[in-house]
Design a protein around this ligand. Structure first.
Ligand code: ZN
Length: 468
């Protein structure tokens, strides 16, 4: 046949066959095995056992702390006991922030202590504390728009509110007040910055979380007060009162230490060099016990990989569990993982880091040719109550560490969205404890992750590169 005839025949074939026949498809036995994993996942007890033991025996795991290191040693042993291979801990240097004692006391128009927490990375206040009038702002945008001298010599307070949403979409617009509030306040001459907690609860608990400074802008102490305390300040401000605050805040920055990723695998067969990465982060904030953020995620993906390991068929690609170090305060674990494995083909990066609620939606970020496979995966998750949105189905984000890797390396990603309606009630607070996890929601998560990881490992074509 002449070359033109070959092309003509190929075109004829493409026109004459339906899309279903030409689209890439999973092997029937792989789909059957996915159904088996789905059923077994719904019976899972390992995820609950994992997160319970992590919280009960280790508790909070601030980045770079002894507790985080102990958790890594514990997790490495635990992943081996779950039947995973090549369990290891990969340390990386970092500079840690360590909380000290802190208080914020309203001294005018009344005297009363506020419930507060220093924000992560905040510098210490001078030992005698800071006492000053409050310059109150209705939200972060109002502070940024302020061109007056109002903040100068005062403690800026940003009353930024956060909206509750199943998909957590209230967090993004609100969290800038926490992360960038100190920079904008200091640019206007403020002595310190306080914010309404970035959370959706209405309890007298403060939400911590990372904030940052900018080179060339003075560093000022930063803290959050509980939502009811912020309401109290707002009411006094609305009544026309002059508010004065005394702030004491001790903290250590730039403490030389290490964090570490914990890694374990279900080794692949013919495509073992390619990685299907499922992850969570092992570090947590210090106020609670890191149950919801992110003990639950570590537990879910570990249990899902363990299920694949013991289900009787080895995956084609290697399913790799990564429990990242220091997600909360600098992403050192994710960055060091990317540096170390940048030359390795990643078929998938994904992360469970939104608590322990049921998964309700799947989104991807894969090369368009792989979308028929993602759609098929979604159809296997549909009986578990997981939707695959027609709009934006391929514009997903896979969780913070995995998203960093996706963006840096164009590694393809899948996001399994959990119901986060209540997530920001406890996020980064003293209430992030085991009691906030409903053990009944974990097996559905394990089932979803086992099906997703298995089918990604069996897929007949690469998911990458991610369209960014
Ligand atoms: Zn987290």
């Amino acid at each position: 046949m002449k070359r033109r005839d070959v092309l003509g025949a190929a075109a004829l074939l493409a026109c004459g066959t339906s899309r279903a026949q030409t689209a890439p498809a999973f092997a029937a036995e792989d789909l059957q095995h996915a159904e088996l994993l789905r059923a077994a996942g719904l019976q899972d007890t390992q995820a609950w056992a994992f997160v319970k033991e992590l919280c009960d025996t280790i508790g909070p795991r601030p980045a770079g702390s002894d507790n985080e290191r102990q958790a890594a040693a514990w997790a490495q042993a635990r992943l081996t006991a779950l039947g995973l291979a090549n369990a290891r801990t990969e340390p990386t240097p970092m500079k840690a922030w360590v909380r000290g004692p802190a208080s914020a006391t309203l001294v005018a128009p009344v005297t009363e202590p506020l419930v507060m927490a220093a924000l992560g990375n905040s510098i210490a206040a001078p030992p005698a504390g800071i006492e000053a009038e409050i310059a109150w702002y209705t939200d972060f945008a109002a502070l940024k728009a302020d061109t007056t001298e109002r903040a100068k010599g005062r403690i800026v307070f940003i009353d930024q509110k956060m909206a509750r949403a199943r998909d957590g979409s209230g967090y993004g617009p609100a969290v800038a007040a926490r992360s960038q509030g100190a920079v904008e306040a200091a640019r206007r001459g403020a002595l310190a910055v306080g914010i309404r907690s970035i959370g959706t609860d209405h309890e007298r608990i403060a939400h911590t979380g990372a904030m940052r400074y900018e080179i060339g802008v003075p560093r000022i102490p930063a803290f959050a007060v509980s939502v009811p305390d912020a309401d109290r300040l707002a009411a006094l401000h609305a009544a026309g009162k002059t508010l004065r605050l005394q702030l004491k805040l001790d903290a250590k920055s730039d403490v030389e230490t290490t964090t570490q990723n914990v890694i374990a695998e279900v080794p692949g067969t013919d495509l073992a060099d390619e990685i299907v990465l499922v992850s969570g982060h092992l570090d947590s904030w210090d106020l609670g016990r890191g149950a919801v953020d992110d003990g639950a995620g570590c537990a879910i993906v570990s249990a899902a990989a363990a299920l694949i390991a013991r289900a009787g068929r080895r995956p084609r690609r290697t399913v790799r569990v990564v429990l990242f170090g220091n997600e909360e305060n600098g992403f050192h674990g994710a960055m060091s993982y990317g540096d170390r494995y940048k030359a390795v083909v990643h078929q998938l990066v994904s992360e469970s880091d939104f608590g322990a609620g049921r998964i309700w939606q799947m989104k991807s970020r894969v090369q368009p040719a792989a979308l028929p496979l993602i759609e098929k995966m979604a159809s296997l998750l549909a009986p578990l109550g997981v939707a695959w949105p027609e709009q934006g189905a391929n514009e997903g984000g896979p969780g913070p560490d995995a998203a960093l890797l996706m963006r840096r390396h164009k590694w393809p990603a899948i996001g399994l969205a959990q119901d986060g309606t209540a997530y920001f009630d406890v996020h980064h607070t003293v209430h992030d404890t085991l009691e906030r996890i409903d053990p009944a929601t974990l097996p559905q998560n394990v089932a979803c992750w086992a099906v997703t990881a298995w089918l990604a490992a069996q897929a007949p074509l690469p998911f990458g590169p991610a369209p960014l």
